[in-house]
Design a binder for this molecule. Structure first.
Ligand SMILES: [Zn+2]
Length: 213
């Protein structure tokens, strides 16, 4: 599943995975989990993450290989947040065949509106949105009463930069997969479309392309 930061990839991927009874492989979640559990792998990657650098391709490929090994022989899987580079896509080709690319098209102003109004509790990490999911008292967490803050990389100017990076990374990948996989384009032109509607559209497209029953 491809989509810009703030498009809701993680949410949709997990809804689709449970609906289709397939596995969800989110490399970002796995990386955070390995670091939290301080595993051998976690120790290897923590420095890259702390410095804000990308985790090297060979390590991420290894993570994906292990995850797909765990589920081989089952119904399949959905990847979100991977591959990000042509090198990763080529490595993935040696592991598994990808049937379909689901691309979430979300206009820049929608992403900026969604991310720039996001607020996070400094203590418990609860996520709010000052437009769509307001706390009961402005600037204060409902759950624990602590202050809410805006993540540095959710500020409009930083979001614009993240979107540029995403565009530059993704465009070559889309051409890479052009002849290798089915394409499903889902346009999300408004922040108010319920996730359930998006999922219905994706399932419909998968059926049309005979990828699911
Ligand atoms: Zn809180």
């Amino acid at each position: 599943m491809f989509g810009p930061p703030g498009a809701g990839k993680g949410t949709y991927a997990s809804m689709l995975a449970s609906r289709l009874r397939i596995a969800q492989i989110s490399t970002g979640d796995i990386i955070r989990e390995e670091i939290k559990r301080n595993t051998d792998l976690g120790k290897k990657i923590v420095d890259f993450v702390n410095k804000g650098e990308l985790v090297p391709d060979d390590i991420v490929v290894e993570i994906v290989r292990e995850e797909t090994n765990k589920i081989s022989g089952k119904n399949g899987f959905i990847l979100d947040g991977y591959p990000r580079t042509i090198e990763q896509a080529k490595a993935l080709d040696c592991i598994e065949k990808i049937d379909a690319i689901i691309q979430l098209g979300v206009p820049e102003q929608v992403i900026i509106a969604r991310l720039s109004s996001r607020r996070i509790c400094m203590k418990c990490g609860a996520v709010y949105n000052i437009r769509y999911l307001k706390p009961r008292k402005e600037g204060v967490c409902d759950a624990c009463g602590r202050d809410l803050y805006q993540r540095e990389d959710d500020r409009p100017e930083v979001v614009r930069e993240r979107l540029k990076v995403y565009e530059a990374q993704t465009r070559p990948l889309i051409s890479y997969y052009r002849d290798k996989a089915e394409f499903i384009n889902i346009e999300c032109n408004s922040v108010d479309i319920p996730p359930e509607t998006i999922i219905r559209r994706i399932l419909h497209e998968l059926q049309e392309k005979d990828l699911i029953e």
